[in-house]
Design a protein around this ligand. Structure first.
Ligand SMILES: Cc1cc2nc3c(=O)[nH]c(=O)nc-3n(C[C@H](O)[C@H](O)[C@H](O)COP(=O)(O)OP(=O)(O)OC[C@H]3O[C@@H](n4cnc5c(N)ncnc54)[C@H](O)[C@@H]3O)c2cc1C
Length: 374
């Protein structure tokens, strides 16, 4: 089942072959392609492998929200990480969102985003996040007038992306810079690869290549629908609420894409099985009918897999006990900007230039984390 985004026609990517690569990357989503761009710009010979096509994983199947920040609310990040590190983390994501916008062309629209409160409890929660953002000098606007909802935070610099077009565009740039992209080739074992350094950039898709870390970035299914286009303009920017469990936007052609409702069947959604299921699809359809005031015809239904991490921080760095292999992933459903950022940061670290924030994202911590700690 392909997504609305992946169904867009696209010119075939040019074919480049690289002799004796310096680095091989597994995964041709936003992370792997971002890393490839960085490594190629530094003069490295790079080969990227993907079991499917460029953006065929979550990068071409997501909600299309490009948000600043991490996967947790900002006030929680301040509590867990300390104010200074949370601030630095959020600022860095803003910087990478700007960089992404500069490369994306018409695959990204700077619409802002609305973090919705579905009820009074959630209103209180997002109120606390709003206050923390404002205290620390971040742009954010409080909205009391969002129809049907208790309140919202407007994040003015966030964006909506056509994620498959975005990653295909970045991949074309990487290929122009000399990167080889080998599509439809699953890497079964690291022994198949020739290079001294390998990056595994597969987020929630189990690659079988991560040794002791395998499974600790928890495969989690997200499901989506795209409706027929409608004439009325109801939503100017991406909306997300109920702690991120519901998310939707209206595309420029009038259709509505909506996703989430994992909490309607939480147990069955911790899976790498990329299929849609009736309970969640029905819930999504009912939700959109309520939003719009009438049922809409659903044109596309799809699922994708993202990687959930128990402390909601990305996983970026060397795989513990393996000098050769690096990993970047585990964005807990927020990989459009984080994947672009972490792909760049891991590539720089592989080149010997390690950003101080990477200490927080150290993969080794996953070996100690368990559900009791959060
Ligand atoms: C339904 C859904 C909605 C989402 N909504 C949003 C959103 O609105 N905003 C946001 O920021 N994030 C969102 N996310 C999360 C985001 O899409 C991901 O975090 C991000 O795309 C991960 O990118 P990636 O490049 O790390 O991995 P992916 O894009 O998942 O790419 C990994 C690739 O690795 C390949 N692979 C795996 N194993 C192997 C192997 N052994 N050999 C070769 N290839 C292999 C797979 O084929 C896949 O193409 C959503 C995710 C889903 C599923």
């Amino acid at each position: 089942m392909s997504s609305w985004w992946l169904a867009e026609e696209t010119p075939p990517l040019a074919r480049v072959l690289v002799d004796s690569p310096d680095v091989e990357i597994v995964g041709a989503g936003i992370t792997g392609i971002s890393a490839a761009l960085t490594l190629a710009a530094a003069g490295k010979r790079v080969r990227v492998h993907d079991a499917r096509e460029v953006a065929g994983g979550a990068s071409g199947r997501n909600g299309g929200f490009a948000l600043r920040g991490g996967a947790m609310a900002y006030d929680k990040a301040r509590e867990w990480l300390g104010q200074e590190r949370a601030h630095e983390f959020w600022r860095l994501t803003e910087e990478y969102l700007d960089r992404l916008a500069a490369l994306a062309g018409d695959a990204l629209r700077r619409t802002g985003s609305l973090r919705i409160a579905a009820d009074d409890d959630e209103r209180e929660e997002i109120g606390a996040e709003y206050e923390s953002l404002r205290e620390d000098g971040f742009a954010a606007e409080w909205r009391d007038d969002v129809p049907r909802f208790a309140a919202a935070i407007f994040h003015p610099d966030d964006a909506a992306v056509q994620p498959a077009r975005l990653v295909r565009r970045l991949a074309a740039r990487a290929i122009e810079a000399g990167v080889e992209v080998r599509e439809h080739h699953r890497v079964e074992s690291l022994d198949e690869l020739e290079t001294e350094r390998v990056l595994v950039a597969t987020d929630g898709y189990p690659s079988g290549l991560l040794g002791g870390l395998e499974g600790l970035i928890i495969p989690t299914r997200g499901q989506m629908i795209a409706t027929e286009p409608i004439a009325e303009r109801l939503f100017d920017c991406p909306h997300y609420g109920r702690h991120g469990f519901d998310y939707w936007q209206q595309l420029p052609d009038g259709r509505i894409t909506a996703g989430g409702f994992r909490d309607f069947a939480l147990d069955s959604e911790f899976t790498a099985d990329e299929v849609t299921t009736a309970p969640i699809q029905d819930a999504l359809e009912r939700f959109v009918a309520e939003l719009v005031g009438r049922p809409l015809r659903v044109g596309q239904r799809w699922a994708g897999i993202f990687g959930l991490v128990l402390d909601f921080l990305p996983v970026v760095g060397r795989v513990p006990g393996d000098e050769r292999t690096w990993v970047a992933g585990g964005y807990s459903g927020h990989g459009n900007v984080l994947g672009f950022m972490c792909g760049n940061l891991v590539a720089k670290a592989m080149l010997g230039d390690e950003h101080p924030l990477l200490g927080m994202f150290d993969p080794a911590r996953l070996l100690q984390l368990d559900a009791g700690e959060i």
